[in-house]
Write a protein that binds this ligand. Structure first.
Ligand code: ADP
Ligand code: ZN
Ligand code: ZN
Length: 717
């Protein structure tokens, strides 16, 4: 029997089985001396089945087929939609089919046999029955939270979604462009409710960008949909234990879960009844996986929705320029985009968006940390019992420690980067490779005991704010309470929840943090948000940096003044302060007017003129090697070898260049950018190129193997 042809990826293997196994059945098969998990991808009844395996290359041509060790047939097979999604993702992102399929399955599946799985399924069923019985018996507990009466804007959006869903053809993806605080979450809840009500087998998938946003959302969905019974709402993200993940996954597969909430990995959940996919904060870069198969969960959600006939709802106050462009209204001769665009400009409760105030730091005395105006504004707010949030996208105490005598700086010996000074444990930590050392007592080069922090991270900002507010009192006469939330302060399990709870309950006056605090949170008492040093992104070499900065600042602004009734009672108005050395920058001008469309129009014009996404398609080929020369030589040779391959004449290949941080953990990194006006041509070239890259990866003698990877639709270049 032959291995089915699968260009270059080589991980469809053939096995024999006594009975015909339907495609999608999970199996355990021998591979070398191991036994591994596989998925039946197709079968020939007379000859036996073919199972897909994890990664390893094996030549199955004509060799005697080994038998399938066991079929996990207690589980329903993974359906054709799921298999199509995995196959598409593998092809599109240039990864092995087996690698992708296995990564999409819960790790614990590898350990359990069919009997154990059957037992778990039964346990789930029993729990659900018990819960249902107790609800019938008891006085209709648990009280299911009622939907809020939708605002006119919410009603219009829900009606438009419903019309799109019921117009007879496959629904177009919809982009909900809604201000921060316009009530997008309520739209998601009600859209899910309507879609589930229409069909008892319907399922909905709701994705959020960050794990730390899932508990809040999960709580809201659980209360709102309590009437669906135990286990109807499940979460799926990498913060869960393996048994928890398996439970959620089984519930999705069997249809018992009606709603799956999760991060990007949830896009691969098996959902036979999928009718609606919500992608909240669709512009967020964390939807793009940054290792292994570098997939975009948002893009896959759109593909999956269209393939499975499910409605896709993307939501954002600052959509990605891709989604914005795809949802453009028809203009003159120009055809409309492929997505439906829905708009909710108003904040719930007629709340206003915060007033944006720009501070020109050129006009401030040198080394000003917090301008006098901002300090005064914060003081007044604190005196009224309001909360302030100060946002700085850099953690640690200071990005560099330097000798005041010689030119020693806290470089990482293994990376082309500085190690960050963390004062709390007096360490120098490399944020790229993790290399950590105690701060030296004196300069390692000249012995000068005077080594000083340069620049500022959140840890230092917290300390400096504490000093600035030392003499200022709260309404009750107490000292100002400052808290910090970033990746360092929330390292321990439960720390983030505890810190957020403190902010919500009003035990904090000033919250300092990185982008972790900018996103999504529904803070009720924050009325002033300040970004104290956002300038670096204005001049980044990455063309997406302004888009990301604008999104982040709008998100941060969106944390202020969310409770309009309370704000009015306070006689107060929300503000967003920005300290910048370039206050005239058009990005800030657009921000001042909360004018995303203006910002997007200007960015899209630049992108179109430069033929950049969304007007072109990109892929990066990255090479890691012992020397920069070897990495670049590999890429340039690969570039030459691409000449004449299918698609090559439509794809622009740029010369290899070092990455921005070119050495990490003693590995030199280089990349080559490919660009094309045709997605299909780029895909054709990448597919034809795979075997060539594979062949070339033995670098010059003595240099060792080159590692390479392809990043399709890269988010940062
Ligand atoms: P967004 O996600 O668009 O930033 P949220 O969904 O968090 O906004 O809504 C902002 C606030 O408005 C929340 O406190 C929410 O409970 C409230 N809200 C949303 N819709 C309604 C409504 N129809 N009636 C009353 N309050 C609402
Ligand atoms: Zn020195
Ligand atoms: Zn390092």
């Amino acid at each position: 029997m032959q291995t089915p042809a699968h260009a270059g990826l080589g991980d469809l293997l053939s096995y024999a089985h006594t009975a015909d196994l339907p495609a999608g059945t999970l199996v355990r098969v021998p591979l070398g001396r191991r036994e591994v998990l596989g998925v039946v991808w197709g079968s020939r009844a007379a000859e036996g089945g073919q199972a897909l395996l994890d990664g390893s290359l094996a030549d199955a041509d004509g060799v005697l087929l080994r038998p399938v060790s066991a079929a996990l047939d207690a589980l329903p097979p993974l359906d054709a939609h799921w298999r199509a999604l995995v196959a598409f993702a593998a092809r599109y992102y240039q990864r092995g089919l087996g690698e992708l399929a296995l990564a999409a399955l819960p790790p614990q599946l590898r350990e359990l046999d069919s009997t154990q799985l059957a037992r778990r399924l039964k346990r789930r069923d029993r729990k659900a029955q018990l819960a249902a019985a107790s609800e019938d018996g008891a006085a209709r507990a648990p009280a299911c939270e009622a939907a809020l009466a939708p605002s006119p804007e919410q009603s219009a959006v829900l009606a438009a979604l419903e019309a799109e869903r019921t117009q007879g053809q496959a629904p177009r993806p919809a982009l909900l462009f809604g201000s921060t605080g316009s009530g997008k979450t309520e739209v998601y809840l009600q859209a899910v409710a309507r879609c589930l009500a229409a069909d008892p087998a319907a399922q909905a998938l709701v994705m959020v960008p960050e794990i730390n946003l899932t508990p809040q959302l999960e709580a809201r969905f659980r209360t709102r949909f309590a009437a669906l019974g135990e286990g109807a709402v499940v979460a799926l993200h990498s913060g869960m234990t393996n048994p928890q993940r398996l439970q959620s996954w089984l519930a999705a597969l069997t249809g018992q879960a009606r709603i799956v909430l999760g991060t990007r990995m949830a896009v691969f959940a098996p959902l036979p009844g999928l009718r609606l996919i919500v992608v909240d904060e669709e512009h967020d870069p964390s939807y793009k996986q940054q290792e292994g198969a570098r997939y975009s969960a948002r893009d896959l959600a759109i593909w999956r929705g269209q393939r499975q006939g499910a409605q896709v709802l993307l939501g954002s106050a600052t959509p990605s320029l891709e989604s914005w462009h795809h949802s453009r209204p028809a203009e003159g001769e120009a055809p409309a985009g492929r997505y439906l665009r829905l708009h909710m400009p108003s904040r719930i409760g007629a709340g206003e968006l915060p007033r944006v105030r720009l501070v020109d730091m050129q006009q401030q005395p040198p080394k000003t940390l917090i301008s006098a105006g901002l300090l005064e504004a914060m003081t007044q707010r604190i005196a009224r019992g309001e909360q302030c949030m100060v946002f700085l996208n850099r953690r640690g105490y200071a990005p560099v420690l330097a000798c005041t005598d010689c030119d020693w700086k806290s470089e990482c010996p293994h990376c082309s980067a500085f190690r960050v000074f963390h004062k709390i444990d007096r360490t120098l930590r490399c944020h790229h490779c993790g290399f950590t050392e105690r701060v030296p007592r004196a300069c390692p080069t000249c012995g000068n005991p005077d080594i000083a922090p340069v620049g500022r991270g959140t840890e230092r900002l917290e300390e400096q704010l504490a000093a600035l507010f030392a003499d200022i009192r709260r309404p009750d006469g107490g000292a100002v309470r400052i808290a910090r939330i970033d990746a360092d302060s929330t390292r321990h399990e439960g720390a983030l929840e505890a810190q957020l709870a403190q902010v919500h309950s009003g035990e904090v006056d000033v919250l300092v943090g990185t982008q972790m605090i900018a996103k999504g949170h529904d803070f009720r008492r924050i009325t002033l948000v300040a970004a104290v040093n956002p300038d670096s992104a204005l001049f980044s070499s990455d063309f997406r940096a302004p888009e990301r900065l604008f999104g982040l600042l709008m998100q941060s602004a969106g944390r202020a003044g969310r409770d309009s009734a309370w704000l009015a009672a306070q006689g107060s108005r929300a503000e967003m302060w920005i300290q910048s050395f370039h206050p005239q920058h058009p990005l800030f001008e657009a921000l001042r007017g909360h004018d995303y469309p203006r910002f997007a129009a200007q960015q899209l014009k630049e992108r179109e003129a430069a033929a950049m996404p969304p007007f072109a398609f990109q892929a990066l080929v990255r090479a890691d090697a012992r020397t920069q020369e070897a990495a670049q030589a590999f890429l340039n040779a690969a570039g030459d070898a691409a000449e004449g391959l299918p698609g090559a004449d439509e794809v622009m290949r740029y010369p290899a260049v070092p990455l921005a941080v070119q050495r990490v953990a003693n590995v030199e990194r280089a990349q080559m950018l490919l660009e094309s006006g045709s997605r299909a041509a780029l895909q054709r070239l990448l597919a034809a190129w795979q075997p060539v890259l594979q062949e070339l990866r033995r670098g010059p003698a003595g240099q060792g193997l080159i590692r390479w990877l392809v990043d399709v639709d890269p988010q940062s270049i």
